[in-house]
Write a protein of this length. Structure first.
Length: 297
């Protein structure tokens, strides 16, 4: 069962969040008809985004949008996250969800090749009340997602961060998916840093630890090198939730302007729209399009 925990290690000098997202990523794979390569890519993006929703979002009115475009074959990736109490809600999509690439030279899914490196990671934090958005834009490091988000935290937030993400997937579906994020508090010393570096160097990949049946608490103890780590919250969750509606798509049709809308009415007499996030379709009749047209000045 999917689950996420947050804790502190090394006497509060280190924070850690660990998540299993197997069921979440399998549901997204089915919903968007993803290939193994794109499942691995979006699985990593969904996992880190979900963890950020639980660590970075404080109010229900706030949101974070992640944009990734490395000019690889998968194209642009967008993920939007919100939070309600102990739940992080995400919705995401890739421009080309059916990309499938051969394994890389290490025999692994070619995530970096699918994403590309000639581009950026953009993290947009928005508050509904202030209507102000904070942009954290960093060049992509490897397209492997974990390293790219590590660079974002280092550059945009000046937070020393270790991120590990993994998705075990084959033609039959997602076997295991999850990740962890370790962040150093200002009072962390070289001693704690060395212990964490040594622990991570000797740890298995996070997806393998999950495949081996390790509990999230044991994964946290393993990668921090602290057997006395304390877990503050152990009932967090990450879920997929799309808030699309026909009304929103009607607003989108209105936004294209009179000329374009007139062209659709005259040439097609109808419109079919589809949500990128959940694949739900919304049909508009000629009469509905004309009503939208009437609202435009």
């Amino acid at each position: 069962m999917d689950r996420t925990i947050k804790g502190l290690a090394h006497e509060g000098k280190v924070s850690i969040i660990v998540a299993e997202t197997t069921q979440l990523i399998e549901s997204i794979r089915n919903l968007q008809d993803l290939m193994p390569t794109t499942t691995a890519v979006l699985g990593r993006v969904a996992t880190i985004s979900g963890m950020m929703g639980l660590t970075e979002i404080k109010e229900p009115e706030d949101s974070i949008t992640v944009q990734i475009n490395g000019k690889g074959p998968i194209g642009s990736i967008v993920c939007v996250m919100k939070r309600e109490n102990n739940q992080s809600f995400i919705k995401l999509y890739a421009q080309n969800p059916h990309v499938e690439l051969p394994l890389n030279e290490k025999g692994k899914i070619a995530v970096g090749q699918a994403v590309g490196t000639d581009g950026f990671l953009n993290v947009i934090k928005e508050n509904e009340f202030t209507k102000k958005a904070y942009h954290g834009l960093v060049p992509l490091v490897s397209g492997e997602i974990a390293e790219d988000f590590t660079e974002y935290f280092a550059q945009s937030q000046q937070k020393p961060t270790v991120i590990a993400l993994g998705v075990l997937v084959d033609k039959n579906g997602v076997k295991k998916s999850g990740g962890y994020m370790i962040q150093l508090m200002p009072d962390a010393t070289e001693t704690e840093i060395a212990q964490i570096e040594n622990a991570i160097a000797n740890a298995k990949p996070v997806s393998q630890m999950l495949e081996d049946g390790m509990a999230l608490e044991d994964i946290a103890r393993t990668v921090t090198g602290d057997e006395n780590a304390l877990f503050l919250i152990n009932d967090l969750s990450i879920a997929f939730k799309c808030d699309c509606s026909k009304e929103r798509f009607a607003d989108g049709l209105a936004a294209i302007g009179k000329k374009e809308l007139d062209s659709i009415i005259e040439e097609d007499g109808k419109a079919n729209t589809k949500c990128h996030f959940c694949n739900k379709e919304y049909d508009f009749t000629k009469e509905e399009l004309e009503k939208i047209r009437e609202t435009l000045q």
